[in-house]
Structure formats: structure tokens, C-alpha cells
Design a protein around this ligand. Structure first.
Ligand code: HEC
Length: 86
């Protein structure tokens, strides 16, 4: 298992779902729905550094992960999401 895969499965899958499409079980209970990470990564108007910033510093619907993860961890997660959808 790659570093990105284990981190994703530990911290993110509950909300963002198996493939990162935002359909995790815990996410369904939230008022704000988790984003489709794969779509975000492949969207020209959401540069990767902004997505990394969202993960590290949080957003309306999501806590900040900056105390647990570094930029390279987030990049590993994104690489994993790209790979399983590719
Ligand atoms: C408790 C549920 C929950 C968990 C756990 C969670 N997220 Fe999120 N995430 C959300 C919600 C809700 C949003 C959408 C609202 C927002 O952007 O604030 C979001 C948004 C995002 C976005 C922004 C996507 C975009 O297109 O702007 C990314 C990237 C992301 N999450 C990655 C992650 C990663 C990586 C992890 C694991 C380290 C993670 N999330 C864990 C709920 C969660």
C-alpha cells in the first residue's frame, strides 16, 4: 500500500468515498457534501496548490489537516486518487 493510499483510507475515505467522489458514508450525514476530489484535481480552474491549501487549512465544511499532514502527504493522496480513477 502506498503512503497516499494508507493516509487516504485512514483520514479521508469516510467522507470522500472509496474513489474520492465525495460519496463516503460519513459525508452523507453532513449538511455540506464532501467534494469530488478527482473532479477537483482535473479541473482547470482549481489549481493543485489551492486544493492542497484547502486540505491543510480547512474550508467551510472540512477541518484543517495541517497539524497532521504535510504538503507532500497531500500530494501523495492526490496521486493515489488520480491513480485509482485513471
Ligand atoms: C468529516 C468529513 C471529511 C473528511 C474526513 C475529509 N473531508 Fe475533505 N471535504 C469535506 C467537505 C464537506 C468538503 C466540501 C466543503 C468544503 O470545501 O469546505 C471537503 C472538501 C475537500 C477538498 C476540496 C475540493 C474542491 O474541489 O475544492 C479536498 C481537496 C478535500 N476535501 C480533501 C480531503 C482529504 C485529502 C482528506 C483526508 C486528509 C479529507 N478531505 C477528509 C469533508 C471531509
Amino acid at each position: 500500500m502506498s503512503a497516499g493510499e494508507s493516509t487516504y483510507k485512514t483520514l479521508c475515505v469516510s467522507c470522500h468515498g472509496e474513489l474520492g467522489h465525495g460519496d463516503g458514508l460519513a459525508g452523507k450525514a453532513l449538511s455540506e457534501q464532501p467534494s469530488n476530489i478527482y473532479e477537483g484535481l482535473n479541473s482547470w480552474f482549481e489549481p493543485e496548490y489551492e486544493l492542497i491549501d484547502t486540505v491543510l487549512n480547512g474550508n467551510e465544511g472540512m477541518q484543517a489537516w495541517g497539524s497532521v499532514l504535510e504538503e507532500k502527504d497531500v500530494k501523495n493522496i492526490f496521486a493515489y486518487i488520480q491513480k485509482i480513477n485513471g
